[in-house]
Design a protein around this ligand. Sequence first.
Ligand SMILES: Cc1ncc(COP(=O)(O)O)c(C=O)c1O
Length: 418
Amino acid sequence: MSDVPLSDFGRKFSAASGIYELMEDLGQAVSTGGDICMMGGGNPAHIPEVEAVWRRRLREICDTPGAMETMLGDYDTPRGRPEFLKTIAAFFQRTLGWEIDAENIAITTGSQAANFLLFNLLAGPSAGGAKKILFPLVPEYIGYAPQGIAPGLFTAWKPRIEMLGAHQFKYRIEFGDIGDDVAAICLSRPTNPTANVITDDELQKLSDLAAARGLYLIVDNAYGEPFPGAIFRPARTVFGRHVIHTFSLSKLGLPGTRTGIVVANRDIIRRLSIMNASLVLASCSVGECMTQPLFASGEVTALVHEVVRPFYQKRSEQAQAWIAEAFDDALDWRVHACEGAFFLWLWFPGLPISDRELYERLKKRGVLVVPGSYFFPGFDEPWQHKHECLRVTYCAPPDKVRRGIAILADEVKKAYAV
Ligand SMILES: Cc1ncc(COP(=O)(O)O)c(C=O)c1O
C-alpha cells in the first residue's frame, strides 16, 4: 500500500472490503477459466430468450437513424433520459398503481450507486446529531456494508428464526426500538442473500413505523416486482412520500449497462440528481435506450412472467432437490425458505469450522460460494449463527451447480466428521 498520507474518507474507502474481495475472487475465477463451479456472486444467469431480446434491441438501435448516435454520443441529464423517465413512470403507474411522474424518477450508475447516494444523503453527521441506517433484518446485502462515508453508519435488528419442517427455516423481523439516531430503514426484498421475502404485514408495519417517526423506508427491489420478477410468491408493496424504492436492470440480464432506477418524492430525486451530476455527470444511457420500448409496450412484463421468473423458480427447485439428495438426514442442515432472488442460504447448525474456513476449503476444490458472515452489516454482536451459513447461487450451468453441491456436501460432512 502507498505511503501517501490518506484522508479519513480515503482510508475507509480504499481499505479492502468484503464486497471487493468477493468481486476480485469471482472476477479472477471467471478470467482464469478452468473448471470452476461458480456459485458465488450475484451475476444473473445467461438466459438465451432474454439475450435474444437484447440482440434484437441492439440491431434495432443500430438500424434506426440517429438512435445509436444519441445513445453513445450524448450525455443524458443527471436524472436520466427524459423520454425514458416518462416511460418508466407510466410503467410503474400501470403495473403498481403508483401516482408518480417523471419527476419522481432518477437513473443512477447501477442501484449500488443509488444505495451509496441515498445512505449518505440521509445518514451520517448532521446538525441533529449522527444519523444511521437501520437494517430491520440481517442477514442483508453484503454490498451495503462498506457504503457509509461516516463510520458506524449502520445498525441492525437481530432476526427471529422460525424453523420450518426438518430442513427449512425463515427469518422473521423481531421489531425492536428505533433510536432517535435512525434516519432511514432499509431492506432488500427479495433479500440478498437469504431469498427471504419479508411478509406484506412486516413491510406494512415498517412503513407505518417510518411514516409515524418521520423516517424514510428504502426498499431495494433489485430482484423484485415488476422486474426482474424473481419472486416466487405473491407480495404486496408499500408506497408513500416516505418510501424510496430502488430498482435495477442488472438482474433482468443487463448488469453491463449499470442502470439503477430510484423512485422517490421530488425532493429526494432532485437531491440525488445533483449528487449524480457531481459524481458521474450523467449515468450510462445504454440500459435506458435498450429497454425503453419494452417498458412502453409492456413486453418486459411478458418477458418476466413467461421467461425470467419461471427460469429462476425452476432452477431454485432443482438446486434444492440436489441439496436434499446430497446432504443426508444424519446431518443437521437447513435451507432458508426460497421465496425469490437467485440464491439459496444454507445453515449448518453447530458447524465445527467457520464459514470462512469452509469457503477456503471449497475454493481449493474449485467451488466458489460466499461465506455467510459477510452478510451482517450493522450487526456487530457476537452470534455463532453468523459463522454457520453460506450463500450459493444457482445461476451457473446446471451440471456445475449439481457438482458444486456434491462437493459442498462432501466438505461439510468432512468438517462434522472430525
Ligand atoms: C440487493 C441488491 N441490491 C443492489 C445490488 C446492486 O446491483 P446493481 O448495481 O448492479 O444495480 C445488488 C447486486 O447484487 C443486490 O443484490
